[in-house]
Ligand binder design. Structure first.
Ligand SMILES: [Zn+2]
Length: 429
């Protein structure tokens, strides 16, 4: 199971606790000394009255958290890049931007060294999924200005994988390219993997007997949700691997072969903390909380104690793969902002997703959320084959999550299809 070629850096991935902490401390001290001159962090830390230079793990908690809103406010107040750069702008050959969902897009710059961090992080993702030089990877991404798409491509090229960028193509063209080029690996969001399978079926094309053996997903929690995962694996005849990342950090988590449905936290490249989303206090062990990450390899546009908004449940049970990196059980459980409160019960959309998929497989659905008197009421619109399926969905959700949801049958093909992140959860007035 734990064959060497499934590791990117065997020594780092299997280091014992003391060695891991020593390495993190060393990398943090180096980073802190460089970014002590970064205007944004200098100002942030001055508030706490100490100098960042040479600070290590013992002082990490004295540095205030950084949020996406902080970064956005910087770029609004000091356009175009904010005071976020450690070096003069001429040192940054890479510039990308976020999609700007829920606000203005964030400009993100990388130095040549910072870009190598992206490439390394993807190396961990790919090696854990068993990628080798003879693989052919198809990237079912739009590319555009999104850093993760370009970094994913570069990371795979660096391992000697032949890479087919699939930007600017229709879904059918992508399916045809995957088949014609004998792609062995496909990268996409989980939703879009299901969409490609649907398009293949509509056009009489067979993905199950294609050369694709690995599907790598991110962008939404799906690939760690058991019933989404089984739908994708069935539709493609391939093994699914989840990974997690953020523009501000890099690809921070990845799945190994030995532990489906969990994500290893890359503790060679990041320091992780888990906090209570509401109070910011450390979460008790065994409790889910918001993931906070410090990117150890990014000095040019640093992310120190960055609040990801991702809810995770982290534990340090040993993984059969041999890695000592902590595991986030169930991957990213949801976004802190997405949590629903239904009759006083906290529910993440991923939990609803899993139960709906257990009945409808890959069929499309949508969850309407209506806030009534401070509580969320849910209505599922489902492209269900019959009324009996609707009843089963409602019953299962009631039994498992202890909440009642409305269900409504809608015609097959009537709901939107997604290429990037799905927007299945709709708040309505
Ligand atoms: Zn593992």
């Amino acid at each position: 199971m734990s064959s060497e070629h499934h590791f990117y850096d065997h020594a780092l991935e299997t280091a014992g606790r003391d060695e891991r902490l020593r390495l993190q401390d060393e990398k943090l001290r180096r980073l802190a000394s460089v970014i002590a001159g970064n205007p944004f962090y200098r100002q942030k830390i001055a508030l706490n009255g100490f100098n960042l230079a040479g600070r290590g793990l013992a002082d990490l908690a004295r540095i205030p958290f950084t949020t996406k809103a902080d970064l956005a406010e910087e770029q609004r107040a000091f356009p175009p890049f904010g005071r976020l750069l450690t070096y003069p702008p001429s040192r940054y050959p890479y510039v990308h931007q976020t999609s700007g969902t829920g606000g203005n897009p964030l400009m993100w710059l990388d130095t040549a060294d910072d870009w190598e961090t992206w490439v390394r992080c993807w190396g961990y993702v790919y090696r854990a999924a068993g990628l080798r030089e003879r693989d052919v990877a198809f990237f079912a991404f739009s590319f555009g200005p999104y850093v993760s798409h370009w970094a994913a491509l570069d990371g795979a090229r660096r391992l000697g994988v032949r890479c087919l960028p699939g930007g600017g193509m229709s879904s059918l063209q992508r399916v045809q390219a995957i088949l014609n080029q004998n792609a062995t690996v496909v990268l996409s969001t989980p939703t879009y993997a299901l969409r490609l399978a649907e398009v293949a079926r509509e056009n009489g094309l067979d993905l199950v007997s294609s050369a694709v053996r690995v599907a790598i997903h991110a962008g939404e929690p799906g690939a760690s949700v058991p019933h989404v995962r089984s739908c994708i694996e069935e539709a493609w005849g391939a093994s699914c691997f989840d990974h997690a990342g953020a523009t501000e950090l890099g690809a921070w988590g990845f799945e190994c072969e030995a532990h489906p449905g969990a994500i290893h936290l890359n503790e060679a490249e990041f320091i992780f903390e888990v906090i209570d989303h509401a109070t910011g206090a450390p979460s008790p062990p065994g409790e889910p909380g918001e993931l906070v990450a410090t990117a150890l390899g990014r000095a040019g546009m640093p992310a120190v104690r960055y609040r990801t908004g991702d809810i995770v449940l982290v534990d340090r049970e040993p993984c059969p793969c041999g890695r000592t990196f902590a595991l986030a059980r169930g991957g990213v459980l949801g976004r802190a902002d997405d949590m629903l409160i239904v009759r006083g019960v906290n529910v993440y959309p991923a939990a609803v997703d899993d139960l709906v998929r257990s009945h409808i497989g890959a069929a499309e659905y949508e969850l309407e959320i209506r806030r009534v008197g401070g509580l969320d009421e849910l209505l599922l619109n489902i492209e269900a084959p019959d009324a009996a399926t609707l009843d089963q969905v409602a019953r299962t959700i009631h039994q498992r999550l202890n909440i009642r949801v409305g269900v409504r049958q809608v015609p097959a093909g009537s709901l939107p299809r997604y290429e990037l992140k799905a927007r299945r959860y709709k708040r309505v007035e």
